[in-house]
Design a binder for this molecule. Structure first.
Ligand SMILES: Cc1cc2nc3c(=O)[nH]c(=O)nc-3n(C[C@H](O)[C@H](O)[C@H](O)COP(=O)(O)O)c2cc1C
Length: 336
């Protein structure tokens, strides 16, 4: 009986949120990865309570790789061009097919994802994705500065120029997924907003090199995140969400259970993306996480996500200084 009452009470908690103008039944989004590259997986995601899915990115690199690997050795440049263009449109066609099938198979929002380095490539693909029915587009951008003469301001301008072009060419909402290595993330988010971007995904978790000291080689650092990596993101979410801009935040990195998701929501994220933990525990774990969020809401007496979203951000927390300071004497002395 007690269990029944508890269950009924949990059903009263409403997890619905708005993100990029779309209505989601849960703030949990399955983030872009192989987990979202097949219709079967997307159906599983919906069945297990995902609020939305971000499809695996279409990588410009990936397309170029295919093009180069099957380049005709004919010595006829026209033939090479034909193969290159065929392969390119073929990869794109497959992706557009995935969007169309996803839209037929599931009812939750389908967010397409694109990862490009040239502005011309982007614009082409983006328009086609919108036509294929994507509800929104997540644009995965990060330029690694490799030239000491390029200032941070010039570096950042590349993002803004790209976004301007993109926003000028498509109507569906756009979220920019980027990294956290900016001198001033508040400025960057503001500039995105000024250019009409509806959302910012904070943040992508990039490939990082590691060193194998036995082989004396550069290897890849772990592909999957740890929960403690949230520490690199939480402050930025709390600070960006406290601005008077209307840009939605989707928090990504280190969400391994319902409590982690709640932390990002309290910091002001509209949605929370989940990836590594679903590789480790499977899609049904989404259900567990939704349940954990509901159980916490029931305990704290929150009926909707909006009742607590941003409650502990930079503006709303009674001691905002905790977000501003990075070098607390007390913090370090606690372990001295
Ligand atoms: C195997 C794998 C593949 C990924 N592929 C993509 C991708 O295609 N596009 C993208 O934007 N992010 C990609 N990501 C990054 C994830 O979407 C996510 O932002 C990142 O893993 C951080 O979230 P997590 O801590 O929940 O794993 C990938 C991550 C993993 C582990």
């Amino acid at each position: 009986m007690e269990k029944e009452i508890k269950q009924t009470k949990l059903l009263m908690e409403n997890l619905s949120v708005k993100y990029l103008g779309l209505s989601l039944k849960s703030p949990l989004i399955v983030s872009s990865s192989r987990l979202t590259s097949s219709v079967e997986n997307l159906i599983e995601a919906e069945k297990n309570g995902a609020g939305a899915v971000v499809l695996k990115s279409l990588f410009e690199e990936q397309i170029n790789y295919h093009v180069n690997s099957i380049k005709s050795p004919s010595g006829f440049p026209e033939a090479d061009d034909y193969v290159a263009s065929y392969t390119r449109s073929h990869s794109v066609d497959e992706y557009l097919g995935l969007i169309r099938s996803a839209k037929k198979a599931i009812n939750i929002p389908v967010i397409a994802s694109i990862n490009c380095y040239s502005s011309e490539g982007w614009i082409d693909f983006a328009g086609k994705m919108a036509e294929a029915g994507a509800d929104a587009l997540e644009v995965n951008v990060f330029f690694m500065p490799v030239d000491k003469k390029v200032s941070p301001a010039d570096s950042e301008k590349s993002y803004f120029d790209l976004i301007e072009k993109l926003k000028g060419s498509i109507r569906i909402p756009v979220a920019v997924k980027t990294g956290f290595r900016f001198s001033n993330i508040l400025y960057v988010a503001d500039q995105f907003y000024m250019r009409g971007v509806e959302g910012i995904v904070m943040f992508n978790r990039f490939y990082e090199p590691d060193i194998d000291i036995n082989k004396l080689e550069i290897v890849s650092a772990p592909v999957f995140s740890q929960a403690n990596e949230m520490r690199y993101v939480l402050r930025s979410v709390a600070m960006v969400s406290s601005q008077d801009t209307k840009i939605d935040i989707s928090a990504s990195t280190g969400v391994h259970n319902g409590s982690d998701a709640i932390k990002y929501l309290l910091a002001g994220a509209s949605t929370v993306q989940v990836c590594s933990v679903l590789y480790e525990k499977g899609m049904p774990y989404l259900n567990t996480m939704n349940h954990q969020i509901k159980a916490w809401m029931a305990e704290k007496n929150f009926k909707s996500i909006d009742e607590f979203r941003g409650k502990l951000n930079w503006k709303n927390y009674q001691k905002p200084v905790v977000f501003e300071r990075t070098q607390f004497m007390k913090y370090f002395s606690s372990v001295d």
